[in-house]
Write a protein that binds this ligand. Structure first.
Ligand code: 5GP
Ligand code: ZN
Length: 112
């Protein structure tokens, strides 16, 4: 999508602090970190949110979780949280599917 912030970040049109990249997904540090480690993993192809995941594109999500498992190990993270907000009430502010990976501090449950 030409007007999507995270599409532009994935394409390198807007700079970011890259954590990982392959042909399917892109990971980069959150600009407003909520934990000592806070990065986002996004598909390169535009998907609006989990609400737009179907049997036809779910392989992208499976790949992203394999990447999260691998990259967190490489970073030495043995405890972390993966979050995806869907819709305004849940706190989604960027309408391109993204998984927050947060680590490095105590976390509460349930989240606020
Ligand atoms: P959401 O609120 O949609 O769950 O998460 C969007 C996240 O994107 C927020 O944590 C926000 O800080 C981050 N974000 C928004 N704009 C940018 C940006 O231009 N660059 C980076 N690296 N992160 C951004
Ligand atoms: Zn997009």
């Amino acid at each position: 999508m030409s007007d999507c912030l995270f599409c532009k970040i994935a394409e390198g049109q807007i700079p970011s602090n890259k954590v990982y990249e392959d042909e399917v997904c892109f990971a980069f540090h959150d600009i407003d970190p909520q934990a000592p480690t806070h990065f986002l993993v996004i598909p390169k192809a535009h998907i609006g949110s989990v609400a737009e995941v179907t049997e036809d594109n779910a392989d992208v999500v499976a790949h992203i979780f394999a990447v999260i498992s691998k990259v967190t190990k490489e970073l030495g993270l043995d405890s972390y949280r993966v979050v995806s907000n869907i819709g305004e009430q849940a706190g989604q502010s960027v309408p391109h599917l993204h998984f927050h990976v947060l680590s490095g501090r105590d976390m509460t449950w349930p989240p606020g």
